[in-house]
Write a protein that binds this ligand. Structure first.
Ligand SMILES: [Zn+2]
Length: 129
């Protein structure tokens, strides 16, 4: 359940980015999630709309790219995807070792919208309140 605080963190970072570029709103956030990162992308997606409500990120598209873990062969240096029930290097048969590939967890990019139509609508909303 540590995806909730991390989702809040992602939204904070995106908003900081948005303010820096004087954006009217955040269009999309692209997240890189290694399958061995310990984070479940779909849980982040589940929390995202709830946490983003009322923020600059409301309605933003959350794009998640998953990274499959790769092993490295200590004998020949080959990087490879593990086969089910096997750690064997496809090139030489030695036993592969874990690498950092598949442990990634970071925001790759944030796309902001600065279009004036959006800004105008936001101002109007503000007056209505
Ligand atoms: Zn090998």
């Amino acid at each position: 359940m540590h995806e909730l605080p991390i989702t809040e963190q992602i939204i904070k970072i995106a908003e900081k980015h948005g303010r820096k570029f004087r954006a009217s709103r955040i269009e999309s956030i692209r997240l890189i999630v290694g399958e061995n990162s310990g984070f479940i992308g779909e849980s982040i997606r589940m929390y995202f709309d709830i946490v983003a409500a009322g923020s600059m990120c409301e309605g933003a598209r959350l794009e998640i790219e998953y990274v499959k873990p790769k092993l490295k062969c200590p004998s020949c240096g080959e990087f490879f995807y593990r086969k089910p029930l096997s750690f064997a290097c496809p090139a030489c048969g030695a036993c592969g070792e874990p690498t950092e590939i598949g442990r990634e967890f970071y925001i790759d990019s944030v796309t902001v919208s600065t279009d004036s139509a959006d800004a105008a609508r936001r101002n109007k909303d503000r007056r209505d309140i």
